[in-house]
Design a protein. Structure first.
Length: 288
């Protein structure tokens, strides 16, 4: 969608130009949501980004869209980043890979209490278990949120896991108070990287949030399965030839032993097998 620029003050036009130049200069352009990020944490994050030569820049959503409009002829597909401008949008510019950038921003997030009116980034759950509270008003507060509780050993106990705010819903005053009393801090304070543009592609947060340990485990498992399949299928390659020869050797030995074939190098095994069979027959028929 084309954004008209007439009647825009010169200061805002310069702002748009600055954004467009950064988009043109940096290969990695990210859409960030800074909603609910307190000023002190924002300032600290700016310093951390500056140390890694990463630029964070904020302006109005409309001006960001205008900057994207200016550079879309040079950067194919960057216009799709418009749809990723969530909450209070800002832009981040980097030469790091999208995945390294996402990991860095996630690493520098911290937990925070849920305030009334905030949007839950994921389901907010209260787990079953004991609480430090004596019976009293807390039971009614939990009940108002449909949390099953009881009293054991003079303390309030939550009977089962309960989701009190679903992903995307607003945190209510009651939910905020109960979470605070239970010491649960479900919100993350930090820069929320929504999506990143690189070389004509848009990487969303669900693609960027790679569990490295699980990823390595999946690759290892896939390698094991592929090797097993190749060996079972008899597919010969430099990686499987040793295992195939070992398999053939084991199977040929089994055939020789089962058939009683007097093959070279197997006579000792054949005699041992024959002796075991003879001893078994002797024991079965009680032959002295």
């Amino acid at each position: 969608m084309t954004v008209k620029t007439e009647h825009i003050p010169e200061a805002k036009k310069r702002n748009v130009t600055d954004f467009a130049q950064l988009m043109d200069q940096y290969p990695i352009v990210g859409a960030v949501n800074i909603e609910n990020l307190p000023a002190p944490q924002l300032q600290k994050m700016r310093e951390q980004l500056r140390a890694k030569n990463i630029v964070l820049k904020m302006t109005k959503r409309r001006l960001i869209k205008m900057a994207i409009e200016k550079v879309k002829g040079k950067k194919q597909g960057i216009e799709h980043l418009e749809a990723k401008l969530e909450g209070m949008p800002a832009m981040i510019f980097s030469k790091e890979s999208p995945f390294k950038l996402f990991k860095f921003l996630q690493k520098n997030k911290s937990n925070a209490p849920a305030k009334p009116g905030q949007t839950a980034p994921a389901d907010i759950k209260i787990s079953a278990g004991p609480t430090p509270f004596a019976p009293g008003p807390i039971i009614g507060e939990l009940g108002a949120l449909k949390i099953k509780s009881g009293v054991e050993g003079g303390k309030v106990v939550i009977k089962q896991d309960s989701i009190i705010v679903k992903k995307g819903e607003k945190v209510s005053q009651k939910a905020s108070e109960v979470l605070s009393r239970l010491g649960i801090q479900p919100m993350e304070v930090g820069l929320d990287l929504v999506a990143v543009y690189e070389n004509g592609e848009i990487f969303t947060r669900d693609l960027l949030a790679v569990d490295e340990s699980q990823y390595i485990s999946n690759i290892t498992q896939a390698s094991t399965w592929a090797m097993n399949l190749a060996v079972e299928a008899g597919y010969a390659s430099k990686d499987t030839v040793e295992m195939l020869l070992q398999k053939v050797y084991r199977e040929s030995r089994a055939v020789v032993l089962e058939g009683g074939i007097p093959a070279a190098g197997m006579m000792g095994d054949l005699m041992a097998r024959a002796q075991m069979q003879a001893m078994s027959i002797k024991a079965e028929f009680n032959i002295n």
